[in-house]
Design a protein around this ligand. Structure first.
Ligand code: ADP
Ligand code: TRP
Length: 328
């Protein structure tokens, strides 16, 4: 049985792009009975950027509620909060002592973040070793990640191999499992309201969990359409309204909207209304469940606590092995 593990940043309520591009595919992957799945909220990593404790806690709850609302089955996935298993920070320390400083300085993500962020703290620099610990602590075989995380996976593999080499230079036995990245082919790219990739850093997101009024406002105000008169024919392919609608509806429904736009007499306002309905109706179960969890955080906490207990069991075993090898 392969163990598949991945971490989710807790930077706020997941948007439509996160739901379609990451949450749904990960939940589908977890349904495969041949895999054992571990999924955690990387709230220790969030501290590199978020210094307000209440905000950090709120983000974790919003992310956990969104995953549960989208159908994550916590009976089949070990679903936990990174900070509930503090063993990970101990392993991160051991890993740091086995990884060359020079190689750490070559991390693209640190360079990219240090150019962009005001708070360039040492945590941001050592981020990859904490991420390596997230993975190695649980003997993960496969790690689904976006392309931007591949270098972190390379560093994880490298530090595991260094420790394995120290443990047994003949490589007959391994102390740590060397993980493989899993990058999805044909990843869905959800456009934001401005037509660029939807991303929380670009203020072009749609929050599928927001109340219908706020969602309506976002769709009407943020999505810019051309001034073609109502009665004139319109090109569906030049519009993000149509693009988003097509992602959320059946082929027949999308074809119908395209035909109406091309025929004329159907305005962007109509298309926006259809998009709003597609989100509100299409995600009504997820929206209801999200509201339920956010109003009953004790249920979310209970799920995370159970996950943490399961995670700690595996973590304790790995750490015992590593401690013995290090001389502790
Ligand atoms: P953001 O770009 O909003 O900061 P993250 O980088 O935290 O989002 O991404 C979290 C997950 O959601 C990743 O797996 C990423 O590939 C996926 N994702 C983010 N934005 C989109 C999008 N517009 N379309 C498809 N997937 C996306
Ligand atoms: N760094 C990852 C990201 O930005 C999140 C993450 C933290 C992660 N630890 C992980 C992903 C371990 C996979 C495995 O998306």
């Amino acid at each position: 049985m392969a163990r598949v593990l991945t971490g989710i940043q807790s930077t706020g309520t997941p948007h439509l792009g996160n739901v379609l591009g990451a949450i749904r595919p990960a939940i589908d992957l977890a349904k495969n009975p041949e895999n054992e799945s571990f999924l955690f909220i990387a709230d220790l990593h969030s501290l590199t950027q978020i210094k307000d404790g209440a905000q950090l806690r709120k983000n974790t709850h919003a992310v956990a509620s969104a995953w549960l609302a989208c159908g994550l089955d916590a009976d089949r996935t070990v679903f936990y909060r990174q900070s509930d298993v503090p063993e990970v920070t101990e392993l991160a320390w051991y890993l740091s002592c086995y990884f060359p400083y020079q190689r750490m300085t070559l991390a693209h993500s640190f360079k990219e973040k240090s150019d962009r962020l005001k708070d360039v703290n040492a945590g941001l620099f050592s981020y990859p070793m904490l991420m390596a610990a997230d993975i190695l602590l649980y003997d993960a075989h496969f790690v689904p990640v976006g392309k931007d995380q591949l270098q972190h996976l390379e560093m994880t593999r490298s530090v595991a191999q260094r420790i394995n080499h120290q443990f047994d230079p003949t490589h007959a036995r391994e102390l740590l499992v060397v993980p493989e990245p899993l990058t999805r082919e044909n990843v869905m790219l959800v456009p934001g309201t401005d037509g660029e990739k939807m991303s929380k850093s670009k203020a072009n997101t749609l929050d599928i969990f927001a109340d219908p009024k706020a969602l309506k406002k976002a769709i009407n105000k943020q999505i810019v359409t051309d001034a073609t008169p109502l009665e004139d024919p319109k090109d569906p392919d030049s519009s993000v309204v149509y693009e988003l609608y097509a992602l959320l509806s059946s082929e027949a429904e999308a074809a119908e909207m395209a035909a109406k736009l091309r025929a004329g007499g159907y305005g962007w306002g109509h298309a926006k209304k259809a998009l709003l309905e597609a989100i509100v109706d299409g995600f009504h179960i997820e929206r209801e469940r999200f509201a339920h969890y956010m109003a009953h955080l004790e249920e979310v906490e209970a799920v995370l606590q159970k996950g943490a207990e399961q995670a700690r069991e595996t973590a304790g075993q790995t750490l015992a092995r590593v401690r013995a090898e290090m001389g502790y």
